[in-house]
Design a protein around this ligand. Structure first.
Ligand code: CUA
Length: 156
């Protein structure tokens, strides 16, 4: 088979483009694995309950007077200890998923987090009013999605 000179050039150009493309994809995938964008931490989704802080779900007081609430979402609910948090204190919600993608959305607040397997997400919130707040899953996650909810109690 005889290839015209320009066809050879275009063939070479195509192969080089492909190599460049694959390198870029490979490098960015590698890069994301090490320093995920947006400051998210990663976690082995099969070892969530053995990995800190998810080995101790629920509320933890920090030395600076703020709090962290550690939550594991799974089909079709959330594990977050006894669901009581203090009013007027900064609470960092720390969230991951054990199975599929869910969300953790506190109705009436701006807390609307994605729960993604392999990823740890954080969101800070300070409740100004005591009372009970509904938590719902906004991501379709299977047959029990519409029943996936919880209630958090904000206490004085
Ligand atoms: Cu979990 Cu929808």
């Amino acid at each position: 088979m005889h290839l015209h000179k320009y066809e050879k050039i275009w063939l070479a150009f195509g192969i080089i483009s492909l190599i460049v493309f694959l390198s870029v994809v490979g490098v960015s995938a590698f890069h994301q694995g090490n320093t995920p964008s947006g400051g998210h931490m990663t976690i082995d989704p099969n070892k969530v309950r053995e990995t800190a802080p998810f080995d101790q779900t629920g509320l933890h007081e920090r030395s600076d007077g703020t709090y962290e609430m550690v939550i594991i979402s799974q089909a079709f609910g959330y594990d977050a200890g006894d669901w009581k948090v203090p009013v007027g204190k900064e609470i960092t919600f720390t969230l991951t998923s054990e199975d599929v993608t869910h969300s953790f959305s506190i109705v009436g607040t701006n807390v609307n987090m994605m729960a993604i397997p392999g990823q740890v997400n954080h969101k800070k919130h300070t409740f100004k009013e005591p009372g009970k707040y509904l938590i719902i899953c906004n991501e379709y996650c299977g047959s029990g999605h519409h029943f996936m909810s919880a209630e958090i109690e904000v206490v004085e």
